[in-house]
Design a protein. Structure first.
Length: 169
């Protein structure tokens, strides 16, 4: 979890770990009772799992006190605040990463990279209109796709959910 790019993947893996260990949701503020050793052990294992994925700088920043080292919920909140924050700086960093994506010959890899970045934009609450994003993506494609781009941009129909309204019963 050295970089924010790993955040979504680590989130999914950590959530699955919590489910597998029957640990209360990482997003829950529920504290286990002292008698519930299984949950206490799972909490400690979760903290160790997270700590093992951090580089030394992030580790030092996140584990600033003993309480954090023993509380998966508190640790998760600190990680979320650092890597998925919707601060202007974080939003700008992720939007710039999106703008720098280039098409390198593999359409499948390009689409995968675009999807990952779009998920990050959503997670930090960057609000860019659908047409703006669509045109930005299209401009990244090579000349061989320009005929498709011309057809899309020549379309006079509006973009978005209003294009295909739900059928009425």
């Amino acid at each position: 979890m050295e970089k924010a790019g790993c955040y979504a993947l680590k989130t999914q893996k950590l959530y699955q770990h919590c489910v597998d260990e029957t640990l209360p949701s990482i997003n829950s503020d529920t504290r286990p009772s002292a008698a519930d050793n299984k949950i206490i052990d799972a909490n400690a294992e979760t903290c160790n799992l997270i700590a093992g994925t951090l580089n030394s700088n992030t580790f030092t920043e996140i584990f600033d006190d003993d309480e954090t080292m023993e509380n998966a919920h508190l640790l998760w909140n600190k990680l979320t605040k650092r890597f998925a924050s919707s601060t202007f700086n974080n939003q700008a960093r992720i939007l710039m990463r999106f703008c720098r994506i280039t098409y390198n010959g593999s359409l499948q890899a390009f689409i995968s990279e675009i999807r990952q970045c779009l998920k990050k934009l959503i997670s930090v609450k960057v609000e860019v209109g659908t047409p703006t994003l669509a045109f930005n993506i299209l401009t990244k494609l090579r000349e061989e796709y320009h005929n498709i781009i011309e057809k899309v941009t020549a379309n006079t129909e509006p973009w978005g959910p209003q294009c295909h309204p739900e059928p009425t019963a």
